[in-house]
Write a protein that binds this ligand. Sequence first.
Ligand SMILES: C[S@@+](CC[C@H](N)C(=O)[O-])C[C@H]1O[C@@H](n2cnc3c(N)ncnc32)[C@H](O)[C@@H]1O
Length: 209
Amino acid sequence: MAAAITGGVRQVVILGAGLDTYAYRSTPVSGLRIFEVDHPATQAWKRRCLGDAGIPIPAGLTFAPVDFQRETLRSGLARTGFDSLQPAFFSWLGVVPYLPRDAVFATLGFIASLSGGAAVVFDYSNPLTERASGERASAREALAARVAGLGEPFKSYFETEALRHRLSVLGFGHMEDLGPEQIRARFFAGSAATGSDWGGHVVLAAQSR
Ligand SMILES: C[S@@+](CC[C@H](N)C(=O)[O-])C[C@H]1O[C@@H](n2cnc3c(N)ncnc32)[C@H](O)[C@@H]1O
């Protein structure tokens, strides 16, 4: 996202924003518009939290309440002044694993179709393989059971190569996929936290320009 903004992108869409704080803590960038898209109930709660905490709403921030079970991202964004003819960067973190595959690819297809140019970053997990160690399989199953118990079960896993192919077919010509080891090396090198050797992937997919 930082690289996209440095490169001139002036529309950032935070999909399934939840309590994401980017809009409130980042240094203002001239002309940058940030769109927080989220379920209306979550967004209303966040806005109450922001008010209670005395955190002001930045000038360039637009709230886009969208229930993806009732409305498409395309129509939700169209109501907010989002300009599909201008470049945009989408941050979609912590959401894809909870959605059915069709919904994931519908949203990615929309992003890939934007004529102003677009890129998206999202996270996903590989399905467990036969080779997964007992410890790794148990940790994954415990996590899946915990989120299911909270009423938000994991609904989709993706094989990295199959996902890469699908993204390419959708029109994303540039992809960068970081697995757990690469994430640790890039973002946590030198950190005291060693972490485990399993976990999700983060992928950047950008349209061919
Ligand atoms: C696990 S949170 C992730 C929040 C944030 N992106 C983060 O990384 O901390 C999942 C988000 O998806 C949103 N969400 C779930 N179902 C939705 C729906 N049907 N329509 C719109 N947003 C939905 C929730 O409101 C929540 O903000």
